[in-house]
Ligand binder design. Structure first.
Ligand SMILES: [Zn+2]
Length: 170
């Protein structure tokens, strides 16, 4: 994968960012560009994914039913919002990253988001609630919790790649 060193970092302005760009072919999605930026100076790490062709705003819904579903491929751009009803909503925004992963990888990321909010939480009942959510995620990771995953992307650069996923207009 091509790397460009010593690029100007858009976050701190130092010429210490490492840029990587990869051009990949994703079955049933098409060609996509995966970017990442790592800055030695300010420590920023950003990644994103963009479809090569123009896409429509989209919403994908997937019901997790078994352990096999953990392997379903997911393309999530930085403009997508991920919703797992009754568990978490991860909004897009400046800190949001884009990536190509599978359901298991997405749940691992969700776990980290819940863990970090739990650590910064002082309120005992909020902590307890977060712990329960983590238990649900852990069960889903072994195929024992039925969850729904919704990805909404106004840029259309996201997808859940499975016959089981329902695609609708956003
Ligand atoms: Zn920087």
């Amino acid at each position: 994968m091509p790397e460009i060193k010593q690029q100007m970092c858009p976050f701190c302005g130092e010429k210490k960012a490492l840029l990587r760009e990869e051009d990949i072919e994703i079955p049933f999605f098409g060609r996509a560009f995966v970017f990442s930026l790592e800055c030695e100076a300010c420590g920023t790490r950003k990644s994103d994914v963009e479809a090569a062709e123009q896409k429509e705003p989209c919403r994908y819904t997937l019901e997790l039913e078994s352990e096999d579903d953990l392997n379903i491929k997911i393309v999530k751009s930085s403009e997508a919002t991920v919703k797992i009803p009754r568990i978490v909503t991860i909004e897009s925004g400046p800190a949001s990253n884009g990536y190509v992963t599978n359901v298991e990888g997405l749940l691992e990321r969700v776990k980290k988001v819940i863990q970090s909010t739990m650590e910064s939480e002082d309120d005992e009942s909020a902590k307890k609630k977060a712990k329960n959510l983590l238990k649900k995620i852990a069960k889903a990771l072994v195929g024992r919790e039925k969850l729904k995953i919704i990805i909404e992307d106004p840029s259309g650069h996201s997808a859940i790649i499975s016959d089981k996923a329902q695609k609708s207009k956003l």
